[in-house]
Design a protein around this ligand. Structure first.
Ligand code: ZN
Length: 146
């Protein structure tokens, strides 16, 4: 049986309803036509993060990073590669902790790069330190209970 999933658009944050059997068919947003599962991880600020946590049925992995952080920049292509492997079962996003410092305080982030896995709006697991694509994928599979 098909299940209708709520997917928040990464471009305009409109809430879309997509049948689960169409997730892999590159669905686009009903409001702005942007792809709901873009090829690269999408950028979030705190307001957008809140909307994704509240309204999206797909688990979300967020890379908390900053432009001054060398290991973060090294990890970026690895994170993008993992996104290519795991989308659309998982959504991949990035959040710049220098631009959006209140988020860092809210999640008590002490060191970056840090990835946090969210499911149903709740933090499931977090991991600090640079990881390669294979490490990211393995870590997610280990921590995502579905
Ligand atoms: Zn949209």
């Amino acid at each position: 049986m098909t299940e209708m999933l709520h997917i928040v658009c990464p471009a305009c944050q409109a809430k879309n309803r997509v049948p689960d059997n169409r997730l892999a068919a590159n669905p686009s947003c009903g409001a702005c036509k942007a792809p709901l599962f873009p090829a690269a991880p999408f950028e979030l600020d705190e307001a957008k993060l809140n909307k994704h946590l509240k309204g999206d049925d797909i688990p979300l992995l967020v890379d908390f990073w900053a432009p001054w952080c060398g290991p973060c920049r090294m990890m970026a292509p690895m994170f993008a590669q993992a996104a290519g492997e795991m989308s659309p079962q998982l959504r991949f996003a990035k959040l710049d902790t220098e631009q959006h410092q209140t988020v860092g305080n809210r999640f008590q982030i002490r060191g970056i790069p840090l990835i946090i896995l969210f499911d149903k709006g709740q933090e499931v697991a977090r991991q600090a330190g640079a990881m390669d694509a294979r490490g990211i994928v393995a870590w997610v599979r280990q921590n995502l209970k579905r």
